[in-house]
Design a protein around this ligand. Structure first.
Ligand code: UDP
Length: 330
C-alpha cells in the first residue's frame, strides 16, 4: 500500500506516518513545514519506505505529482490553532479551503481514496450534551476571525461530500475533538502543551476566562489507528465520523491535574480572554462528542486516561528541553 499524508510532519500527521510505516506502507509526506517540523519525523526519516516532499497543498502541481501513484491519501495539512486562526484568518481560509480542493481534485485525477481530517470546531457554539455527527453547526459572526477555521472546514466537508456524490470519489471525513499528545505545539494556543510547559518551568498556569469551559481530550495514539481503520472501512464512503475523548473536563480541572501529575509548585492564574487573544476571539463553552458511530464501525476506543496523556506530554517536553530543541514554550 502506498500512502500520502499531507501535513505528515505535523502533530497528528507524524504519529500517523509512524503507524503506517509500522504497518508496512510506503509513505509519502507532503508538508510545507509551516507549523510542522522535520524533527517530528526524526525516527521515521531513516526508514527507506518514507519520502518527504517539502511543498504546499496550495500548489496544484505539487499536490498532483504527490498523489500520482498512491493508493490513498490522509489529508491533514491545515492552518490550525486558535491563535494562528485569529491572527491570520486568510491563511486559515486559503490553506483550508483551496488546499483541500486541490487534494480532492488530485485524488479524482489519480484514482486515490482519501480521508479528510475536519474538526469538532465545525459544531461551533452548539453545547448539546453529546454532539453526534448530525448536530447543527452554530457559528458566530463571520467577522470574528475565530470562526474562519470552522467555516473553512465546513466548506471542506461539503466539498468532500460533493466529490463523493458527483465524482464517486472514495472519501471519508473525520472530526477530531481536541486530540492531544506528544509533539503538539503550544505555540498557537493549544491548552495541554501550554499548561504542561508552564508547570514544568514553575510558571503560573494561564487559565483563560473563568476556566469553567469544558473539553473532551483524546489521545493521539488512540485516534491514529482509527483513522486507518476508517479509510479501510468500505461502508464509510462519503460519511463523517467524530473521534473524541470520553471524559468531559473543565480547564480549571485540567490545570489542577497538570499540577498534580507533573508535581509542579506552579500557581494558577486566570487571564481575561481579551488579554489572551487578539480581537476576533470567542470561546466555546462546551464540546462533548458522541463517537458511537466510529466505535461501532471500527472499534474506536479513547482508552488512554487524561492523567496518562499529561504524563506523556510532560515526558516529551522535558526530553526536548534537555536536548535544547525548543524554547521554554514549544
Ligand atoms: N486555554 C487556556 N489556557 C491556555 C490555552 C488555552 O485556558 O494557555 C483555553 C482556551 O481559551 C479554551 C480551551 O483552553 O477555552 C481549549 O483551548 P484550545 O486552543 O486548546 O482548543 P479549542 O478551543 O480549539 O478547543
Amino acid at each position: 500500500m502506498r500512502t500520502l499524508v499531507t501535513g505528515g510532519a505535523g502533530f497528528i500527521g507524524s504519529h500517523l506516518v509512524e503507524h503506517l510505516l509500522e504497518r508496512g506502507d510506503d509513505v509519502v509526506v507532503l508538508d510545507d513545514m509551516s507549523t510542522g517540523a522535520p524533527r517530528n519525523l526524526i525516527d521515521a526519516l531513516v526508514d527507506p519506505h518514507l519520502s518527504v516532499v517539502h511543498g504546499s497543498v496550495l500548489d496544484r502541481d505539487t499536490v498532483s505529482s504527490a498523489v500520482r501513484g498512491v493508493d490513498r491519501v490522509f489529508h491533514l495539512a491545515a492552518a490550525v490553532g486558535v491563535k494562528l486562526i485569529v491572527d491570520r484568518p486568510l491563511a486559515s481560509l486559503r490553506v483550508n479551503i483551496h488546499g483541500t480542493e486541490n487534494v480532492l481534485d488530485a485524488c479524482v485525477e489519480h484514482g486515490a481514496s482519501v480521508l479528510v481530517v475536519s474538526t469538532s470546531e465545525i459544531y461551533g457554539k452548539n453545547t448539546a450534551d453529546k454532539l453526534d455527527e448530525n448536530a447543527d453547526r452554530i457559528l458566530g459572526s463571520p467577522l470574528l476571525s475565530r470562526w474562519t477555521y470552522a467555516a473553512a472546514k465546513g466548506i471542506d466537508e461539503a466539498f468532500a461530500h460533493g466529490y463523493w456524490l458527483e465524482y464517486g470519489l472514495d472519501v471519508t471525513i473525520v472530526r477530531p475533538f481536541n486530540t492531544v499528545g506528544p509533539r503538539q505545539t503550544g505555540r498557537y494556543g493549544m491548552v495541554v502543551p501550554n499548561l504542561v510547559a508552564q508547570a514544568l518551568s514553575g510558571d503560573p498556569l494561564t487559565v483563560y476566562g473563568d476556566g469553567e469551559q469544558t473539553r473532551c481530550f483524546s489521545y493521539v495514539g488512540d485516534v491514529v489507528p482509527a483513522l486507518v481503520r476508517l479509510i479501510e472501512s468500505d461502508t464509510a464512503t462519503g460519511d463523517a465520523f467524530n473521534l473524541g475523548g470520553a471524559e468531559e473536563v473543565s480547564i480549571n480541572d485540567l490545570a489542577d491535574r497538570v499540577i498534580r501529575v507533573t508535581g509542579s509548585s506552579s500557581s494558577i492564574v486566570h487571564v481575561d480572554y481579551a488579554d489572551a487573544y487578539s480581537a476576533g476571539f470567542e470561546d466555546m463553552r462546551r464540546r462533548v462528542p458522541d463517537y458511537s458511530k466510529a466505535a461501532s464501525l471500527v472499534g474506536f476506543d479513547p482508552a488512554t486516561p487524561l492523567d496518562e496523556i499529561i504524563k506523556r506530554v510532560a515526558t516529551e517536553i522535558s526530553l526536548r528541553r534537555r536536548r535544547n530543541e525548543v524554547p521554554a514554550y514549544i
